[in-house]
Design a protein around this ligand. Structure first.
Ligand SMILES: Cc1cc2nc3c(=O)[nH]c(=O)nc-3n(C[C@H](O)[C@H](O)[C@H](O)COP(=O)(O)O)c2cc1C
Length: 184
């Protein structure tokens, strides 16, 4: 079950696992510790009673903050740490996180090295095919991930500028549902 913010909360994951899902990744959790005590983060970081394997997705920009977030989540039940480099939301990308990271391959390498070194559990990575049609660098990111010791790679098979539709926004008017994700 792919991670989906606002969808794959704990009750949803429990339901999916009960119905046979082998892996159900948490909603993305922010790596900045200033937000860890908000009701939303506390809910997202609660894995008590969740069947194995518990996979927690983290998002952020600073290698050391992401490493600390990985450690913190492992201390709170994560058995797999997944790093988000696929989120297209403006508020995430403007903070140079999510899919925006794919534009800075050196930073990707530093983040992956820091997180892999920080925890003893498998670290996995979620990416897009690239930022846009002119910058499809998923294979380069995959090689960086492999070199860093990433254990599994999930590819959301669209560029960032295709958001959730597979269609470039400049060529097609966005349907209501994808507009909702775009403005998040
Ligand atoms: C409502 C919604 C929320 C999502 N939230 C996340 C998220 O928090 N982290 C993430 O890596 N992907 C997120 N995604 C992307 C999905 O995990 C998945 O990669 C994407 O929908 C592609 O699947 P598809 O080709 O079946 O559409 C989200 C998707 C949707 C529709």
């Amino acid at each position: 079950m792919a991670p989906m913010a606002g969808v794959t909360d704990k009750p949803f994951r429990l339901l999916c696992k009960r119905m046979g899902a082998g892996l159900a990744v948490s909603e993305m959790t922010i790596s900045d510790p200033r937000f860890w005590n908000t009701p939303k983060s506390l809910r997202r970081m609660d894995h008590v009673g969740e069947p194995d394997p518990v996979s927690v997705q983290i998002a952020g920009t600073e290698p050391q903050l992401l490493a600390e977030a990985a450690r913190y989540n492992v201390d709170h039940g994560a058995q797999i740490v997944d790093i988000n480099m696929g989120c297209p939301a403006k508020k995430v990308c403007n903070a140079w996180a999510g899919s925006a990271l794919m534009r800075d391959e050196a930073l990707v390498g530093r983040i992956l090295d820091a997180v892999v070194a920080a925890v003893d559990v498998p670290v996995t990575l979620k990416i897009r095919t690239g930022w846009d049609a002119a910058n499809r660098n998923a294979p380069a990111i995959a090689r960086i991930a492999e070199a860093a010791g990433i254990q599994a790679l999930t590819v959301h098979g669209r560029t960032r500028d295709q958001h959730y539709t597979g269609i470039r926004p400049s060529t097609t008017p966005s349907p209501g549902s994808s507009r909702k994700f775009r403005s998040r």
